[in-house]
Design a protein. Structure first.
Length: 56
């Protein structure tokens, strides 16, 4: 049996939406940004190991 809550379904979904937004903007977006920068740096590093520094 479901428990009765004082919050309406719209208030619950709005709260969940706010939590999801904060999680996406506070955790996921920075993690993706850092991953992209680290990945690019790794690719440049490996390419310079294989081909030498620029201009050589």
């Amino acid at each position: 049996m479901k428990e009765a809550t004082s919050a309406t379904p719209q208030e619950q979904s709005r709260g969940e939406e706010t939590k999801a937004f904060l999680f996406l903007t506070g955790v996921i977006a920075p993690a993706v940004a850092v991953s992209v920068v680290v990945g690019y740096g790794f690719i440049v590093w490996i390419s310079q190991i294989l081909t030498g520094p620029p201009g050589s």
